[in-house]
Design a binder for this molecule. Sequence first.
Ligand code: TXA
Ligand code: MG
Length: 557
Amino acid sequence: MMQTIYYDLRDTKGQQKEIEDKISAAARILREGGLVAIPTETVYGLGANGLDSRAVQRIFEAKGRPQDNPLILHVTGAQWLPRYCRDIPPIAYVLARKFWPGPLTMILKRSSIVPDATTAGLDTVAVRCPNHPVTLSIIREAGVPIAAPSANTSGRPSCTTAQDVLEDMDGKIEGVVDGGPCTVGVESTILDLTCQPPRMLRPGGLPLEDLERLIGHVDVDKAVTAPLGENERPKAPGMKYRHYAPKAPVTVVTGAPEASAREIQRRAGPEAGIICFDEFAHLFAGREVHTLGPSADKLTQAQRVFDALRTFDGSGVREIFAQCPDNRGLGLAIGNRLKKAAGFHVVEADSQRVVLGITGGTGAGKTSALDAIRALGGQVIDCDAAYHEMLAHNDQLRNAINEKFPGVFRADGSLDRQKLGREVFAKKDRLDQLNAIVSRFLVPELEQRIRDLSDGLYAIDAINLLESGLDRLCDRTIAVTAPVELRVRRVMARDGITEEYARLRISAQKADDYYRSKCDCELTNAADAPEVFREEALLFFQRMVESIREEKRHGAH
Ligand code: TXA
Ligand code: MG
């Protein structure tokens, strides 16, 4: 066993001389044919002089890496491209200008100076300029391109800290440079520029959308989203290995976060380990849980995905279930790493369940909108009814209301709705107080109910959909709006009340603009005849449900 020297370069604002010495030492080892693990923004790399066959050969030995899997050359900028590549298309420079230094690896024709050991005998070479000041200094000082695969033992999750590297490589390499935890957390995006259109071979830290915005359509290699057949060979040789695999079998569950969490609850035995978004961790209390971060925060999920997989290695769990983000942005790379860990064992949660949140002021036409949803075979979750059910049975809720609104419960225990109504309709702060109490009790109850729903179409009918947080459970929120004068007339006719009282009730609520600005879409009811609106609403929801289901089908893989 050799001694692995640890170079702490986490803080580069301190003693300049000391820092330069460490960088020089690492560069010297590399120039002389040694192996040094180096930090990058994506994952740690296991570096060697990429022009030195014997040094490169040692990388394969230290990692236990299959010989047919080529390495990426790390350079300090596009000015190095002509030294190691030929027939470079102009688009390579366009991409480098925009995305280097950064998590983009380009596949180009190789020049003869690059040894077979580095490219595994291919006539192409992978090149990238990492976005880490320490590593850029080391490469500049070494004066040679650094071949560096991820610094993990082959088959294990990539390393995102120097400690991870030591776990796998201590005693096998000359040095480890600690540049702090990786900020991106998944490897670079690999783009093959030797074909037309360019082809993404591996999703990574640079989202597909960002690439396409700059250079137009990019093909996505099949190996990114599906397991390969017996005799199929991916264009990036590394994509064929079952990478990043913990010892226990992994099942990835796709779909909306609420749905995938529920699906995992259904499937996971008591000894299962769970990888989930922060919001759902409480559902799995008592089990071994590793969180990926909030469901809406893919930056954090990318940083944590390998750590979550890696931590299960030392654990006794029998199986692992993992929630998976959708394919947009970094989600494609995060999902790919999870699915590879699972050997593409993927379960799709409730792809056909659609939950719409309908809201809007009184008299706007919510009832007709809900009728349209029923006509489409949908089921309405009536929050008001749920509230009244809880009012009758939940003492904590009753006490909370009674405390703030003394005297609204009659002697027989029933609620005097008119009395409570008079208290809150004209007084905004009192209405807010009531809503706060109701939300506190109602939301968890409804969340539970909605989680338990099976496939199908559902609409949540709630005035306080947006304020209560129930909108999070919806695939789409819809504001039903209408001109105020129409609403006044409708409320008068519907409830048999005076114009003055109708106006009072409408003005006690939020204006249409509020709903319009907070909802995903708007359904306007300006029709004089209810049949006309019902017909419009039917079409509106039909299209919406179709497009949501379409999205879910695509998001799932
Ligand atoms: O972010 C990253 O790219 C990290 C850091 C260290 O830079 N490196 C990394 O290297 O992920 P590695 O070796 O774990 O993955 C390189 C991938 C492999 O799947 C390999 O097959 C592919 O790049 N590759 C390398 N050269 C290639 C080539 N000429 N043609 C096609 N694929 C290539
Ligand atoms: Mg790797």
